[in-house]
Design a protein. Structure first.
Lengths: 474, 99
């Protein structure tokens, strides 16, 4: 499928094709292709066809079918869908059928979007390679022996594979941008609070975001437009007005001040560094003023992030106890034994590691040394960006130090895997909007993403830079 | 060593995780490596820094309040539909009080 939101809209309104025909074709193609990548965990044919038929009825009646009319969309399986199995990539929830829809899902379907199915991911969104899914890893469509990145690996893969036009991921420390970079697609982490988290299974609540994947910057901007805005079901969702993101995409970024953080260029793979430098050259040619900036606390961000996210995760995952939503161990004896056995059998190794780490850093005697210290360092990381955005409009740099690696290559060294999140965790800690846009391929043919970051609620600037760059690089 | 096997067992109890002996050995090794990296934070003097617990924006104190009106909640059947064991409209758990 090479559709975009605009091409589908044009075809539908010209009556060249019906939404139902698009949905049937998309489902058939996605189901046939899925064994190559394992990107989808669940398909939703009845729901997809019902949504498509509703779009067709609106068009036939001369009504506006909505901004996402007939567009096939895949949803990461940590975002709940009423009546449609939502596993979070975990054995714990392999049979979980949510009784409600996430706000983002409701808004997408109200806008005419057609939900094709749910995508594979690292268990409870914890991982950088999608190898932590209880339902098997996802393979990168660009190179099937490599990982798609994580944790939203399935949502990035379906876009690269052409088995969905749009998808939703979630990002806590880079889980949208890093797989977007690895698979050569666009992925966006909006400002914290820009999109309601209602119905996003909580991993680390002060860091979790829902965001779009697409093939073009414009499509991500359109999808964010539909989802963004205050939701009374999420008290952390922001009431700031949502500007018209697409209207600002004119390709002209002349005079824009772009910051290049010196700290983001230590230890990059050679090809990655070359592609990012070439991208900066293109921005300069577009008339941007390139300035070197400093983000001096970058080296502390990974340690800070893994203290905060595991502390929050250990609290959030306490609810997975064999009583209300999860599977229950059959070996259960007393209530306490039931909890422990259920959690031992239900969680994979990475979830256990993070629950343990989070429980440790919150435990008596360690709280000040780890958790409180990390909250203070978080303030310093956020302050780095605040100072930078006093001088520049946007910041660009790499997403990941290296391109997609081989399946199994890094599973035995969790510390090294965590350290590879260095350029993405900072944006989440500060809560600023950031995205990955394709910046070319290495000599081996592996995609590399350019990260674009902007100040809080300045998605428009971020999209303008990424869109102008996309126009001259594709 | 930042953390001992004994501490790992204690934390597993707090976290309600029943780790096998093999898991304890591996977990001790993994946590030790990660906590070693986290020590880097101590290079920074943060004595004058306010902790950041949430991404906060300027908003009215009442910005997150909604009207106090009755609304529909999940039905009992929907609420217990995913329970591993349920009965009589309740979640069932192993007996906690002996007669």
């Amino acid at each position: 499928m090479n559709h975009t939101i605009d091409s589908i809209r044009t075809d539908l309104l010209a009556k060249k094709v019906s939404a139902e025909e698009i949905a049937r074709e998309a489902l058939k193609f996605a189901e046939a292709e899925n064994s190559k990548t394992n990107a989808y965990l669940t398909f939703a044919p009845e729901r997809a066809l019902a949504a498509a038929q509703a779009v067709d009825r609106k068009i036939a009646a001369g009504e506006d079918p909505g901004p996402l009319a007939g567009v096939p969309i895949a949803i990461k399986d940590v975002i709940v869908t009423r009546g449609l199995r939502t596993t979070c990539g975990s054995r714990m929830l392999e049979n979980y059928i949510p009784p409600y829809d996430a706000t983002a899902v409701i808004r997408i379907e109200q806008a005419g979007g057609v939900l094709l199915g749910k995508t594979n991911c690292d268990e409870f969104a914890m991982g950088s390679s999608n190898e932590n899914s209880a339902f098997g890893p996802v393979r990168n469509p660009v190179a099937l022996d490599r990982v798609p990145g994580g944790s939203s690996g399935g949502s990035a893969a379906v876009i690269a594979q052409g088995t969905a036009v749009l998808s939703l991921g979630s990002d806590t420390g880079g889980s949208i941008r890093q797989p977007a970079s690895f698979c050569g697609v666009t992925g966006v982490t909006p400002t914290y609070g820009r999109v309601s988290r209602y119905g996003l299974t909580a991993f680390a609540s002060s860091l979790d975001h829902i965001g779009p994947f697409s093939r073009t910057v414009r499509d991500s901007a359109r999808l964010l437009q539909v989802m963004a805005g205050r939701d009374e079901m999420d008290s952390t969702s922001a009431s700031a007005p949502v500007p018209d993101y697409v209207a600002a995409l004119d390709g002209n970024i002349r005079g824009m001040k772009i910051g290049i953080p010196k700290e983001y260029f230590d230890g990059l793979a050679i090809d990655t560094g070359d592609l990012i430098q070439a991208a900066i050259g293109k921005l300069q040619k577009l008339g941007c003023e390139i300035r070197e900036i400093r983000l001096p606390h970058t080296a502390y961000a990974v340690g800070c992030y893994y203290i905060i996210c595991t502390a929050e995760a250990s609290s959030n995952l306490a609810r997975d106890d064999g009583v209300r939503y999860t599977t229950r161990s059959s070996a259960a004896g007393t209530l306490q034994e039931m909890y422990r056995q259920t959690r031992d059998e239900g969680f994979g190794a990475e979830c256990k590691r993070r629950i343990m780490l989070g429980t440790y850093v919150l435990s008596s005697g360690y709280y000040d040394a780890y958790y409180l210290k990390a909250q203070k360092v978080r303030a310093l990381v956020a302050q780095d960006y605040a100072q930078a955005f006093a001088q520049v409009d946007a910041i660009v740099g790499p997403v990941s130090p290296f391109p997609a690696f081989k399946l199994g290559e890094k599973v035995d060294d969790p510390t090294a895997m965590y350290l590879s999140d260095i350029y993405t965790v900072t944006g989440d800690l500060a809560g600023i909007p950031c995205m990955s846009v394709p910046a070319g391929k290495t000599a081996e043919g592996l995609p590399v993403g350019l990260q674009v970051l902007a100040n809080h609620f300045n998605e428009t600037t971020m999209f303008r830079v990424a869109d102008a760059f996309e126009r001259v690089s594709s | 060593m930042k953390i001992s096997e004994q501490e790992v067992r204690r934390v597993a109890e707090l976290a309600n995780l029943a780790l096998t002996e093999d898991e304890v050995v591996r977990m001790t090794r993994d946590l030790d490596g990660i906590l070693g990296h986290m020590d880097k934070l101590n290079e920074l003097d943060t004595s004058a820094v306010e902790p950041m617990s949430q991404v906060l924006y300027d908003a009215e104190e009442t910005a997150t309040l909604r009207a106090d009106v009755e609304r529909k909640t999940l039905s009992n059947a929907d609420a217990i539909a995913n329970a591993a064991v349920s009965g009589q409209g309740y979640f069932k758990v192993p007996r906690v009080i002996e007669k």
